[in-house]
Design a protein around this ligand. Structure first.
Ligand SMILES: [Zn+2]
Length: 389
């Protein structure tokens, strides 16, 4: 059943909340497709007058625009409303262990501009990580020449807290970030980001629409994960759910940065995989795999098997039908996905045949895209942000 509009005795306190809720419904409908005021009224159960009073200020502000008239049935032709091609944008940024990825996205989800930059953040203090990142992303926003109504930031770290005030608990690959508050250090548009989160949890969001119930597993220097049910990322009690990289596959195995031993990250993470394959970096490994070099193929198969063992355990607990392989895995997916799939199916005979292992179509930019999506959700949930600034 679609969300219902709010109405009733709208007192002075309740009225703004009712307005925000109803405007949110309309903006969500427009995110799916442009639509006339009359069709929006029918679709949401609001009166035409209410639809006009809620949306006309956004037309005046350049957030929405009217398309050419279209005739459907009898009566006056309708003019569909949609997000303005030159209207506001949001920006999603992924600060990674070895680089920076950002994308500027329109309110309809169209990517307007992208940035991808290599930068080794490993030995840098928090100010030196987030300050330059904010300057680069600020310059990207300026080049887009559109009003930026919200920014979001993804970090490869375990974080605690909620909203923009989160604090980095641990960042095994960026140890100097521990204890910092990224939201206070990263202000690309002069304002604090409205969303700050873990990279894999936000990366998972880039895949909503294609799938709604899935485990997202993303390889970079570490392995991140996000568990998504009903279109929402499971945060866990302290925001630490989804740490798939530290699922144990060898009880007395290799030492891990988390303090444990035998974590899957030590067998299927990118550094472990490259070392096993004797490749310097991901492009070298991809070339070796394409050339059919037996050593590279065998290393990839071993990593895929380890990942499959870990994912079988995860799926035994959460019983989700789909795994999405992202990050560096997306660039090795042709060979990796079948190995992971076979291992998962072998270890879950009851549910195994139904499990689908797919490869992310976004690759590395997934995290920045998912972060932009989280900002969009936040902005459209609080439409006053569209009128501010
Ligand atoms: Zn570990």
């Amino acid at each position: 059943m679609p969300p219902r509009p709010l109405s009733g005795p709208a007192g002075p306190v309740r009225a703004p909340a009712v307005r925000r809720h109803n405007l949110g419904l309309l903006l969500a409908a427009l995110r799916r497709a442009p639509s006339s005021r009359a069709a929006l009224a029918t679709g949401t159960g609001l009166t035409r007058g209410t639809v006009a009073s809620l949306l006309d200020p956004l037309v005046a502000r350049g957030v929405l625009e009217e398309g050419p008239p279209t005739r459907s049935g009898v009566g006056r032709p309708g003019r569909p409303l949609g997000y303005a091609g030159s209207g506001p944008v949001v920006v999603g940024t992924s600060v990674e262990v070895d680089g920076l990825v950002a994308c500027v996205v329109g309110l309809d989800g169209t990517v307007v501009r992208r940035l991808q930059r290599r930068r080794d953040h490993r030995s840098l203090p928090a100010e030196m990580v987030f300050g330059p990142a904010a300057r680069d992303v600020g310059a990207l926003c300026e080049r887009s020449d559109r009003r930026v109504v919200g920014a979001g930031l993804a970090v490869p770290a375990q974080i605690t807290g909620a909203g923009p005030d989160v604090e980095v608990l641990r960042a095994p690959n960026l140890p100097l970030l521990a204890g910092c508050r990224p939201g206070e250090l990263f202000a690309p548009t002069g304002r604090r980001p409205v969303v700050v989160g873990n990279e894999a949890s936000l990366g998972a969001l880039a895949h909503l629409g294609e799938v709604t119930d899935f485990v997202y597993v993303s390889a970079g220097v570490g392995i991140g994960g996000g568990i998504v049910t009903g279109g929402r990322v499971l945060p866990g009690a302290r925001g630490l759910a989804g740490e798939i990289g530290h699922v144990v596959v060898e009880r007395a195995g290799r030492a891990c940065g988390c303090g444990g031993t035998g974590c899957v990250e030590q067998y299927a993470g990118l550094p472990a995989l490259l070392a096993d394959a004797g490749a310097d970096d991901l492009p070298a490994l991809r070339s070796a795999v394409r050339a059919g070099e037996p050593g590279a193929l065998a290393a990839l198969d071993r990593a895929g098997t380890a990942l499959g063992v870990a994912l079988a355990s995860v799926l035994n607990v959460v019983d989700l039908p789909t795994v999405v392989l992202g990050g560096s895995y997306a660039h090795l997916g042709d060979r990796l996905a079948p190995v992971v799939r076979d291992e998962v199916r072998r270890r879950r005979p009851a549910a195994g045949p139904d499990v689908e292992v797919r490869v992310s179509g976004h690759g590395r930019p997934a995290t920045a895209l998912g972060t932009a999506r989280a900002v969009l959700d936040r902005v459209l949930d609080d439409p006053d942000l569209l009128l501010a600034g």
